[in-house]
Design a binder for this molecule. Structure first.
Ligand SMILES: O=C(O)CCC(=O)C(=O)O
Ligand SMILES: [Fe+2]
Length: 360
């Protein structure tokens, strides 16, 4: 990540902080900074995947609903008045858990995004023996082939239909932050069932995720509050003339913990094309699909408990979102413990040794 693009990332985080003053949770800082007060017990984390998970995540049941209108995710321009922008960001995090950040090329240039996609294609196209030399390790860095990750292990028949690279050269030594290059092979080139999805229904494990996609490439869907799936266009209205598609930011599990569920860690997935299924205008589901995600994590020892904020304290969920986080026990966890728990769910045996090591 260049200095300019990391500046843009911090600017985005700072905008959140204007409304909920807990900047220390976003950036890797020692836990003492965030634990100045006696921590309240961790109230149940309200993750959207938990309600009637079978109905929500089972692709067979969801196909009929997938032709719904596109997701109405707010588009925010960070260049606006700071207080105003912050309010909009918080409202979007609360209502949708997903936010489009307009990218007019000032901080993260179109050339740098293009360069990252070219690098990604070059990596995936290199001989398999080369990629195997840097296979994924327990530090969550390296390359992994298709089907090696299973984002929704309870419902998927086989692992996800993407391969991925987590480059090592990213500023993440003190946290779980990771840059991910993804490649989904062309649907016509892989044998799959009508029920299969390219990436299983899941919420993200970190604090926020920045997603970069390519114009015209459909596939991403989010689970809306009404329990139906909606496609997420790469270029929503109002961005057609921008030099780059907007950056899609989504709230991860940790921000949901820290806000006691005020911010939604929204479930999403990537689908195969289905006959008669609608995609956004100008988008197609055929051919290989590439995306780049930056998963932002705090320092590993950060505690996952609600931040001292009146707004968070006073928050009462209005919908029927259930109280159970399927991934967490009812105790205060650290960011590292949470990440390991989620990685173990997705990768099966890769983390078995770590479990044994830590129990000795
Ligand atoms: O490829 C995409 O559009 C989404 C990827 C994703 O959700 C993830 O890697 O967590
Ligand atoms: Fe994701």
């Amino acid at each position: 990540m260049t200095a300019k693009s990391s500046h843009a990332l911090y600017k985005l985080m700072y905008s959140f902080v204007r409304v909920l003053p807990w900047s220390s949770l976003f950036v890797p800082r020692p836990p003492s900074v965030i634990n100045g007060q006696t921590p309240p017990a961790l109230p149940p984390h309200r993750l959207q995947l938990s309600a009637n998970t079978t109905q929500r995540a089972n692709p067979r049941r969801q196909r009929a609903m997938a032709a719904a209108a596109v997701a109405e995710i707010p588009l925010i321009d960070l260049a606006g008045n700071e207080i105003d922008v912050s309010r909009k960001l918080v409202a979007a995090a609360e209502d949708h858990g997903f936010i489009y950040i307009r990218n007019v090329g000032a901080d993260i240039t179109p050339a740098s995004v293009d360069e990252a996609f070219s690098l990604s294609k070059m990596l995936f196209e290199s001989p398999v023996e080369e990629k195997q030399k840097c296979s994924i390790q327990q530090n969550n860095r390296g390359w992994s082939s298709m089907h090696s990750e299973t984002l929704d292990p309870k419902h998927q028949r086989v692992g996800d239909f993407f391969s991925r690279v987590h480059p090592v050269a990213i500023d993440s030594s003190s946290s779980g932050s990771v840059l991910r290059f993804l490649r989904y092979p062309a649907p016509e080139s892989v044998s799959h069932d009508a029920d299969d999805v390219r990436a299983g229904a899941h919420s993200d494990y970190g604090s926020i995720t920045l997603l970069f996609r390519l114009k015209g490439q459909a596939g991403l869907e989010i689970l809306k509050k009404d329990n139906s799936w909606a496609p997420v266009p790469v270029c929503p209205p109002g961005t057609d003339k921008d030099p780059s598609p907007p950056i899609l930011v989504n709230i991860g599990d940790l921000l949901s913990y820290w806000t006691n569920g005020l911010f939604r860690s929204t479930v999403h997935r990537v689908v195969f094309p289905t006959a008669g299924e609608k995609v956004a205008v100008g988008e197609s589901n055929s051919g290989p699909r590439y995306s780049i995600a930056y998963f932002c994590h705090p320092v590993g020892s950060a505690r996952l408990e609600p931040v001292p904020s009146e707004r968070v304290k006073n928050y009462i969920p209005v919908d029927d979102t259930p109280d159970v986080n399927p991934y967490a026990e009812r105790k205060v966890m650290t960011a590292d413990a949470h990440l390991l728990m989620r990685l173990k769910e997705s990768y099966g045996t890769l983390y078995d040794d770590k479990q044994e090591e830590s129990s000795q």
